[in-house]
Design a protein around this ligand. Structure first.
Ligand SMILES: Cc1cc2nc3c(=O)[nH]c(=O)nc-3n(C[C@H](O)[C@H](O)[C@H](O)COP(=O)(O)O)c2cc1C
Ligand SMILES: CCCCC(=O)C(=O)O
Length: 386
């Protein structure tokens, strides 16, 4: 459908991006694991939290400024790490980075970026954090960490929910692999560049992205052998991405993590987990004041950002909406995605009588009684809420 204006909300942007992107690339961005229950639930579960607004407060001046890891940020809204932004637009991660710099939130760069990490940081931009996967050849991960530290990244985000890639059925059907014109630039000139799949393109072995990932990832990674190793090679704060339980939050504290990201990888890894917004309260409670808690998964509205902040998140990250924006119009489109969410957050703040991020606490949401979504047999379409 053609619109007279730019998309005005994230679901408009999603529709437009779907019409533009090649179907295999769209499917890779869109897909969740297996029945995609968790992917859908991430978005739907926000509906179970209702707002508890306050009126007649002076909202003539509001600010979304906050501090994250002790540094000021203009907004708690940031960009989650996503592989291969050039699948959406030729300017890829550079376009996203410029958009993030203009918005002033944190950008987390994926290990699997299609732009070398040294080229991504924009002067005057937000804090940049580097996402890390750990390989059986630890020297490869170590090189990435050292390069990120010298390039100016301010934290290492260790993704802990992907010892292997989740089973995304549509990618399995497509036998999805990075297209020939793209390069996973962080791996060029490393030992990994010679491994199948890492040069991008149709590798000689015909392996899918998931197979390559599984063959190289370190499945023996644990709290005990991973975090101390990471601490021994970098002085940057370590953030564990993919924490869904109070138990793992306590382990992250014990091992000296500076933060955790409540995330189920956008429903792309283990299908059947809680929605991230439902998991957030237990993590926040276990974290106390020992580490910062961040959030991602299913955020499609500024009011979703508001709800996550109210339930204790210090920063809120989005992935697919930014990719849809990129597909729509490169840097302008990624900025549009962030601007839509940012202005909806500001609107929610004004309409609920909150002027500063610190004011947004649990008193602004009603916590739901457990309401699980039922799915029509054999589909991922929710039919009713109990
Ligand atoms: C296309 C795509 C690629 C992703 N690549 C990575 C990645 O390289 N590393 C990582 O830690 N998470 C990755 N993620 C997960 C996101 O960082 C994030 O946890 C999740 O997608 C957030 O949910 P949302 O897409 O609903 O905003 C990816 C997600 C998508 C959609
Ligand atoms: C093989 C690259 C993994 C990227 C990723 O984390 C994802 O697709 O979710």
């Amino acid at each position: 459908m053609e619109y007279a204006s730019d998309p005005v909300c994230i679901s408009d942007l999603e529709r437009v991006a779907k019409g533009i992107m090649p179907s295999g690339a769209w499917a890779y961005y869109d897909s969740g694991a297996n029945d995609e229950q968790t992917k859908h639930e991430n978005t739907l579960a926000f509906n179970n939290y209702r707002l508890h607004p306050r009126m007649l407060r002076d909202v003539s001046t509001i600010s979304t400024e906050t501090t994250i890891l002790g540094q000021r940020a203009r907004t708690p809204l940031g960009v989650a790490p996503c592989a291969m932004h050039k699948l959406a637009h030729p300017e890829g991660e550079l376009a996203t980075s410029r958009a993030a710099a203009a918005t002033g939130g944190i950008m987390i760069l994926s290990t699997y970026s299609t732009t070398a990490l040294e080229k991504v940081i924009q002067p005057g931009g937000p804090q940049y954090w580097m996402q890390l996967y750990v390989y059986q050849q630890r020297s490869v991960s170590e090189r990435l960490v050292r390069r990120a530290e010298s390039a100016g990244f301010k934290a290492i985000v260790l993704t802990i929910d992907a010892p292997v890639l989740g089973r995304r059925l549509v990618d399995a059907r497509n036998r999805f692999a990075p297209p020939p014109h793209l390069r996973l630039e962080n791996f060029l000139q490393t030992e990994v560049a010679s491994m199948p799949g890492y040069e991008g393109g149709e590798d000689a072995h015909g392996e899918t992205f998931g197979e390559t990932f599984g063959a190289n990832g370190d499945q023996s990674l644990s709290w005990e052998n991973g975090i101390p190793w990471l601490r021994s090679i970098t002085s940057l704060p370590i953030i564990a991405k993919g924490v869904m339980t109070a138990e793992d939050t306590r382990l992250a504290i014990q091992h000296g993590c500076a933060g955790v990201i409540v995330s189920n990888h956008g429903g792309r890894q283990l299908d059947g987990t809680l929605a991230t917004i439902d998991a957030l309260p237990q993590v926040v409670e276990a974290a106390g004041d020992k580490l910062e808690v961040y959030f991602d998964g299913g955020v499609r509205r500024g009011s979703d950002v508001f709800k996550a902040l109210a339930l204790g998140a210090r920063a809120v990250f989005v992935a697919r909406p930014v990719l849809w924006g990129l597909a729509y119009k490169g840097e302008k489109g990624a900025k549009l995605a962030l601007d839509i969410l940012q202005s909806e957050l500001e609107l929610t703040m004004m309409l609920s009588g909150t002027r500063r991020i610190e004011e947004i606490d649990q008193s602004y949401v009603y916590q739901p009684v457990a309401r699980w979504v039922r799915y029509a047999a054999g589909t991922n379409k929710p039919v009713a809420k109990l």
